[in-house]
Structure formats: C-alpha cells, structure tokens
Design a protein around this ligand. Sequence first.
Ligand code: FER
Length: 322
Amino acid sequence: MTQDSNISSEENNTASTSSTEDMSSFASGIKTEDTETGSDTEFVLNDQIEERCPITYEAHRSDVSYGEFTHGTYYSTTCEMDRGYSILLPSDYSEDKKYPVLYLLHGIFGDEYSFSGDGSNKIKEIVGNMAADDLIQETIIVCPNMYAAKDPNQKPAFDNESCLPYDNFINDLVTDLMPHIESSYSVLTGRENTYLAGFSMGGRETIYITLKRPELFGYVCAISSAPGVVPTKDKFMTHDGQMAESEMRFAEDAVTPDVFIVCCGTRDSVVGTYPKQYHELLEANGADHIWYEITGADHDNNAIKGGLFNLFKQIAYEKSRN
Ligand code: FER
C-alpha cells in the first residue's frame, strides 16, 4: 500500500528539527499532548492500515486491567556484562498460560526505560484494549536497552563508531536476550509468536534485524526509521551504511515475516523521508512490506501509537483467518 508524500527527497537533508538538547525526543519521540489524538471512526477488523490509532484502542478503559512495566536483567555474552530490560506483562500473567512476545526498540540516546517511562505512547492501553476485545492474545512487550556496547564507557553520538553498538544489538538480541526471555517467562516461541518493532534508531535496527534474520519474526513494524541502513549524509552525520542499497532485500528462499510494516509521519522533522526511501528500496529489491504515511505526524507518539496499533491489527487479522 503506497501513499505519496509531498516532501521531496532533498528535504531529507534540510528538515528542521526540534531542540537536540532534549534527548528524550530522540529516544521515544517528540512529546505530544497526553490527549487522545487517534481517529474516532468505527473499528472493523480487516487488512486495512489506519493512519492513526482509533481512540477506542488508545483510551484508558475503566473495565480493563492493564499490565505494568517491571525491570529485569540478563547476562549478555555479546557485551560481557549484565544488561537491563523493561517488560510489560499482562495484568493476569500466569505461568499456566503462554504468551506471544513483542520486542520493542527505542530511539537514539534511549534505554530500556524510554518507552516504559512515557505514558503518552499508550503502549499499555493499546495492547491491553486489543486483548480485552479478543482481537489479539495477551502479549508480553519487552523493551531492551539497544546500545549493545562491550565498553561501559562508550556512549551514543552522531558518528559511525558511536553507532556501532546499535548495529551490534542483533547479536545481543538473538544470542542473549531472546533465550533469556524464553527461559524466564511463560512465552510462546517461534516466528508466529515473536514480533519486532522499533522507533527511529530502533526502526533502523528493526529493518536491519528483519533483513538479516527474517525467519525469527512473524510480524514486524519499523516506525519513523533513522537513516544509516544504507550510506547517506543527513544533517546529523555521514552514514557508512549497514549495507548497500542493492542489499536491502531478503536472501533468496528466506522465510520472511507474514507482515513487515514500514511507516512514518509526513512531517517528521528528524528522519525526514528516509523511511520512504527504505520503502522504495525494499520495493525495488522485491522485499514484501506494507508502507504507509501518517498525515501530519512528526517524529512523535502519533507515529508510534499508530504503528503499534497497525502491527497488532495485522496480527489480529492474520490470526482471525487461521
Ligand atoms: C540520524 C538521524 C536520526 C541518526 C539517528 C537518528 C545515527 C535517530 C533519531 C532517533 O532515534 O530519534 O542521522 O544517525
């Protein structure tokens, strides 16, 4: 599904940004009012993308009991140290049941608290309400620290070397975090029950991880993905790129996600039209995905809420057909 944006690709390099002083706007999006900004059209379960999360799914309902985030740690053989994650368990989490898992990746300068510390992204409400309406199974959401550095003194910054630990997260995720989650919680395993999503820098790594290990994740959503998957120069830095443009594809005969969403606001002041460029490269290289734009959204929670909602809606639709 393709909608054309009015923003020309040259604006990738020149889009104005909000203050770079407030690092949390990178980590989990530019702050929006903590009011319902979703759409109020009636919800119908079909395969259609909705630009914005319906109000009925982002709203706090008095008759739904929502999960709470807690914090855990695991030993990372990749980083040779203990590392933390936040985890949202369903409110009635029980070892007698098994749950699908969404790994949700934060933006640059973020950590495992970026999403759990920002109630305006409505993560708890969206997953809780969709499960309460029996659209999706109750789902565990894991928010890792995506900066997988061996050196505890290394810090993120807008240069290639400082970004390498983000690109190393694929190893920490697959070798260390996923086995830890699968052995510590009552989870359903396998690609059909394992989901991946990320915002901005987390969206960039979501694309990278999905292309490298497409067999691991059945359902994927890359929201407002940052530049640097392929070589480029934007207003922040010159990116070496994780791969050549011609390599933005799935390997021949790869088992690929059932759903791979790439989305972005039409007024994203941080990543501009890079997500659209990713969509165009994926399309040119024959990598199946869904592309959509959120009219009027910036690098913000409107993109995040809608992305999560659409990921779960696609999961709900796919599973309703089986
Ligand atoms: C960049 C532009 C944006 C970049 C990272 C970002 C590493 C990430 C933004 C975010 O995570 O919010 O050039 O380079």
